[in-house]
Write a protein that binds this ligand. Sequence first.
Ligand code: NAP
Length: 310
Amino acid sequence: MSELRNVVIIGSGCSGHTAALYTARANLKPLVVEGHEPGGQLALTTMVENFPGFPEGIMGPLLVENMRKQAERFGAEYRTAHLSSVDLSQRPFALHLGKHQVHAQSLIIASGASARWLGLPNEQKLIGHGVSSCATCDGFFFSGKEIVVVGGGDSAMEEALFLTRFATKVTLIHRREQFRASKIMLERAQRHEKIQFLPNTVVEDVYDVGKQEVTGLKLRNVKTGEQRDFPTSALFLGIGHDPNAKMFAGQLDTDGDGYLKIHNYVLTRVHGVFACGDVQDRRYRQAITAAGTGCMAAIEVEKFLEEHGS
Ligand code: NAP
């Protein structure tokens, strides 16, 4: 069974919801495909203090939920599905959502980015058993325990600060001495009595697969080469994200790190395919810039369909 849509939006984070709101208000009846991370990164965060319009801040999950409700009010349709393949060689573009096929006159890619893992020998085996990339999701399970956070950017600071609500001690491990984090976030973490910093250090593995829980880490000091075991109950990663663009490989251009290449703000090299949000933004990666480019992609879709027919 196949259906034909004016516009399909891949992804339901900040950029996807904004694109949905604008295309819905243009009466294009957008279909939004949500994957396995509905709401995107905002759904996994706590308090968002830098989205304009919320003087006291707003919880990330509530912000994306409100965006979705707003888009739905104007007729955006949301569908939970896995995009298994896409054919951009001709219009309407063919998208396979499991067994179901959808054709789209235009496509907005707002598939965002997903958390990075360290690639440790035992890391994947202990995900859900003490290894996590989402403090908001899993922090609660480690009340009264000692926790390690890895990373030197704002995400790591945010995770470390959030985890102090539960942990007796948070150790922040970073591979360098300099931090990428903004001054304000870094200072907040440095001032916190429960947070201890361990710079120039990398994690080489995590124990204990046999017990199906995290009991400690194998660490190496990158300056001295010294290795040691470090007891902890949890390992949280805050080492950044990778763009979700693999499904477009060979059909759209990407840079060396896999971000979609765009020109004129949101245009890809395929006519009628637009990209917005973190999947194409390695520089700013903010909720507000994602929303902004979502709006731009929607306006480009409107113009494109006016010129090329819906
Ligand atoms: P990021 O700025 O790219 O920082 C990633 C950190 O992880 C870096 O310190 C990096 O180390 C480290 N890292 C990466 N791969 C590693 C590996 N394999 N092993 C060990 N360490 C590794 O990413 P982010 O912190 O997720 O921030 C992304 C963007 O979101 C930024 O623009 C940030 O400002 C924003 N953000 C804002 C807030 C807020 O305002 N509340 C909160 C979170 C994020 P190196 O420094 O050595 O490369």
